[in-house]
Design a protein around this ligand. Structure first.
Ligand code: 2AM
Ligand code: CA
Length: 264
């Protein structure tokens, strides 16, 4: 098994995971209107989890381990491993990203997978379930929206950028989020990191500032960097792949400006 995965082409790994996500997306579109069991977690009424989050994660983690028996899997709902470093093949799974949207809006939620080898991004996948759009790719093959390759992003200054911001931090009157909100052309709160990354990859949004867990940003980071975008923490440093980070994603000019703004 191990030899099989190590000898698979990148395109074959990509298409395998595309197949998994298309299958789960079909099931999620059926579940969204009539098969959800919703509960809360971490004693937070706004932190939802459903039967679909759990079953997607259990199934995806198992598929990954069957494909790549040496894989370490980092995932949200407890079926994963807890690696202490990024050596070897490390996979990230968010079984439903934007669970509040999934439960209440029935749109704007995603399923995400990412694969890193020895800390280097290999491939990322984000499926926008209700839109039937899958974003996939990485530094060695480029980034695709379904079958169409996406171009590198044009540079944008901060005052011309439309950013997604964390609703939670704005609600808590976090001054750094308010400062960024005042400095951009417009801001949006989408409720899903995956959908936000997808809009950035498609050139519909220019940036994102939010506190995110590794499964929230791992897939988006692979593809955003491939398209020439900056993905860092607020100090302009690489993200810690094994803990929560304050994440900035944007074009190089806007990134320089926002890092300077957050330092002052
Ligand atoms: P989730 O739906 O997978 O939990 C807006 O809520 C975005 O932030 C979603 O992508 C959501 O992912 C993520 N999110 C929610 N609560 C979070 C938390 N406490 N820390 C980091 N990310 C969170
Ligand atoms: Ca999730």
């Amino acid at each position: 098994m191990t030899a099989d995965f190590k000898s698979m082409s990148l395109a074959a790994v990509d298409q395998t995971v595309v197949g998994w996500l298309e299958q789960l997306a079909t099931q999620a579109r059926e579940a969204v209107t009539h098969k959800l069991t919703v509960s809360t977690k971490d004693h937070d009424a706004r932190n939802l989890v459903t039967n679909v989050d759990r079953s997607n994660e259990e199934w995806l983690d198992q598929q990954i381990r069957t494909l790549d028996p040496d894989a370490k899997v980092v995932s949200e709902e407890g079926f994963g491993d807890h690696p202490t470093d990024m050596s070897g093949d490390v996979w990230f799974v968010d079984p439903i990203d934007g669970t509040m949207n999934f439960v209440h809006e029935h749109t704007d939620f995603a399923i995400m997978v990412a694969w890193y080898r020895d800390g280097k991004p290999k491939l990322g996948w984000i499926i926008d379930v209700m839109a039937h759009h899958i974003f996939h790719g990485g530094p060695e093959m480029g980034v695709f929206e379904n079958d169409q390759q996406l171009p590198k992003q044009a540079d944008v200054d901060l005052d011309q950028a439309v950013f997604a911001l964390s609703g939670r931090h704005l609600m808590q009157a976090d001054s750094s989020y308010q400062e960024v909100g005042r400095s951009v052309l417009a801001f949006r709160v989408l409720g899903s990191a995956g959908i936000t990354f997808a809009r950035i990859l498609a050139g519909q949004l220019n940036g994102y500032y939010a506190e995110l867990q590794p499964w929230d940003f791992a897939a988006g980071q692979v593809m955003a960097k491939t398209l020439g975008l900056e993905v860092t923490n607020v100090d302009g440093k690489p993200l810690d792949m094994l803990s929560s980070n304050a994440v900035i994603v944007t074009t190089s000019s806007a990134h320089r400006e926002v890092i300077t703004l957050l330092k002052s």
